[in-house]
Design a protein around this ligand. Sequence first.
Ligand SMILES: [Mg+2]
Length: 341
Amino acid sequence: MELEARIATLRMAETFVIARGASDEAEAVFVEIRHDGVSGFGEANPIERYDESASSAFAFLQEAEELLGDDPFALEAIGARLAERPGEHAAKAGIDAALHDLCGKLAGVPVWRLLGLERSGPPTSWTIWLGDPDDMARRAEKVRGRFKRLKLKLGGEDGLDVERVRAVHAVSDVPLQVDVNEFWSLDEALEALPQLKELGVEYCEQPLPAGDPDGPELKRRSPLPIYVDEDCHVLADVPVCAERAHGLTVKLAKSGGIREAVRIAHAGRALGLGLMLGCMNESGLAVSAGAQVASLFDHVDLDGNLLLTEDPWPGVELVDGVQVPPDEPGLGVREAVPDPR
Ligand SMILES: [Mg+2]
């Protein structure tokens, strides 16, 4: 098999703000894997938090071709060879997605069918990124009727996080979820969570820093389910996450792709954990990879392509709040011809 990678810039429709910083654009690496005249495509969305960048992912991908071999269906063996090289999970996810796209095209079936899954999962949440409470409420009002859940980014470090949720709750009629991105202490969490419960919040994602020793105590005392994102990357993390959370936030960019995400989902179920599928600021190519396995999850946050000025890989459709993958072989999305303007 041959592999080609190229770096692309994704432009956000509006500046995306979370506790760790703000961004107007995101860099992605598109991966093409060719076999017998057929091309599979995948997307790598490097995560700065884990010391990944577009150039580190690109460098990994350039060296990965020699690990692919000649059988695109040998996913387990290829994955094992990739796993021997440390880190760069986003790049690995790009390869995994391209291989799944390729296998689906060779077999003539969508990836969700190849995996024996349902086509559609739960409705996606829409992310209300971090801002002052009025601003967040305004943005929540703007999408009324379009999304069936809202995910609020918290961690403003200004004592206003509960006010943010109160302001959005006042103008919204859909379930709310919050993501603190590691910015609370145990005391802050124990003060905020009962108030969030009263406001009908469904669960709280990553209130404490990853690995915080207070995690198990918060799990015991929290009135709301705690989900972990920054704590949960690959299958081996699941037992530790079960001690500190009621649910796992899985992202293909963290797990290294569809295969490991499915393993995490099953391990999580075996431990009685809730499951949430998240995404990065990413195009429809990566969102389609997530959407193929969304039916395994209780909660889905796959709004990455919807946050872009323009999706360079259209094909996933937002239907009644659900990100529905195409009913076409592989991941089913095609690169848009760039607008000459
Ligand atoms: Mg998160």
